[in-house]
Design a protein around this ligand. Structure first.
Ligand SMILES: Cc1cc2nc3c(=O)[nH]c(=O)nc-3n(C[C@H](O)[C@H](O)[C@H](O)COP(=O)(O)O)c2cc1C
Length: 359
């Protein structure tokens, strides 16, 4: 019996297996005009393929809560009715395959307004599609990046409201899981880390002050999200900095707070808040961070990062290191990874498997 293909229930939602798709930006929406930030045929085909591949839960890519919160002008957004309607088509299809539709809500903070990765990913500082990013402090991400505008208290409250509004729209569009993007050096992660948060008001300085914005977002999202459906939070477990960064100890302490605030699962990633840091990348290199949170806080976790093999994924779940695995690039390579793994492990991928046709 495969642990990877056991269903997992969070609140009242049952997810058919533990092979989940990590949020991955497609940078494929219109950058301007009436369809700005709206999912299109590309997004439909992309997510539909991973659903027919037997993936238990699909977390749609970082979806911006405001135009200024987009990483690139080509990101998905969820601040208007056109965007809400466009997503409905995807959630309907996913549910038809018994794949749970989830969405990651994000604000890119000081890392907003950049070129798409395959165009170099450089900051766009002006012109038709560029804008000035905001952040907790006027500290640029890296050389060549603009100095972000320091958010005022009013600006912070406005963004908290935008997260709540986007969560309401996500529910309306048919999503059953919402994930708050607190990782990778985007706005929420910028507030968490002393590396990027140099504020001296109630949102900076002490640990309690630096987590305040994240908890306000979580509270606002939880308040509009139904009791019976789960809320996830994605964290960078560490900045991978020697000093003055967010650490794995901070993550464990914060996870306990997130649990009290109604978060149902921590999605444990790492890095992204400081450029050019050395990260010991290798198979499953972030799994120990997830396992530690699960052991020390009892909060369910998902592990992510170079999980590519069926046996490897099976062990992570069977050993209790994580409640589920999130696959990123491997699902870009092979949309039917879950179906193939089910066959290998003797599990049920809950979708038809035409590959089994005899020839
Ligand atoms: C093309 C691409 C886009 C990504 N976009 C996002 C994103 O929108 N939100 C996020 O939290 N992580 C994003 N990530 C990180 C992935 O979710 C994942 O954590 C990372 O790729 C490591 O997992 P993997 O080794 O299975 O690919 C992205 C990664 C890739 C490759």
């Amino acid at each position: 019996m495969s642990a990877l293909f056991e269903p997992r229930t969070l609140r009242s939602l049952t997810i058919p297996n533990r092979v989940w798709m990590a949020p991955m930006c497609q940078y494929s929406a219109e950058p301007s005009g009436p369809e700005t930030g709206a999912a299109n045929d590309w997004h439909f085909a992309h997510y539909a393929a991973r659903a027919t591949g037997g993936t238990g839960l699909i977390l749609l890519e970082a979806t911006a809560v405001s135009p200024e919160g987009r990483i690139s002008p080509y990101d998905l957004g969820l601040w208007n009715d056109t965007q809400t309607e466009a997503l409905r088509r995807i959630t309907r299809f996913l549910k038809g395959q018994r794949t749970v539709p989830g969405i990651q809500l994000a604000h890119a903070g000081r890392k907003a307004s950049t070129e798409r990765p395959w165009k170099g990913g450089a900051p766009i500082t002006g012109g038709e599609h560029g804008w000035r990013p905001v952040g907790p402090s006027p500290v640029p991400f890296d050389e060549g990046h603009p100095v972000p505008e320091e958010l005022t208290g009013e600006g912070i409250r406005e963004i908290v409201g935008q997260f709540a509004a986007a969560a309401r729209r996500a529910l309306d569009a048919g999503f059953e899981v919402v994930e708050v993007h607190g990782a990778h050096g985007y706005l929420i992660g910028e507030f968490l880390s002393p590396h990027s948060n140099r504020r001296t008001d109630a949102y900076g300085g002490s640990f309690d002050n630096r987590v305040r914005f994240a908890l306000e977002v979580v509270d606002a999202v939880r308040a509009v999200w139904p009791e019976e459906l789960p809320v996830f939070f994605r964290i960078s477990a560490t900045d991978w900095l020697e000093e003055a960064g967010w650490t794995a100890d901070d993550t464990v302490r914060f996870a306990a707070l997130l649990k009290e605030h109604g978060v149902d699962l921590l999605d444990v990633s790492s890095g992204g808040n400081a450029p050019r840091v050395r990260i010991p990348v290798g198979p499953g290199y972030q799994v120990p961070f997830a396992a530690r949170v699960r052991t020390e806080t009892g909060l369910p976790v998902a592990a992510v990062g170079l999980i590519t093999e069926a046996e490897q994924a099976e062990k992570i779940v069977a050993n209790g290191e994580a409640d589920a695995v999130l696959l990123g690039r491997e699902l870009l390579r092979n949309p039917s990874w879950a179906r193939h793994a089910a066959r290998e492990l003797g599990g049920d991928a809950h979708v038809p498997d035409p590959y089994h046709r005899s020839v």
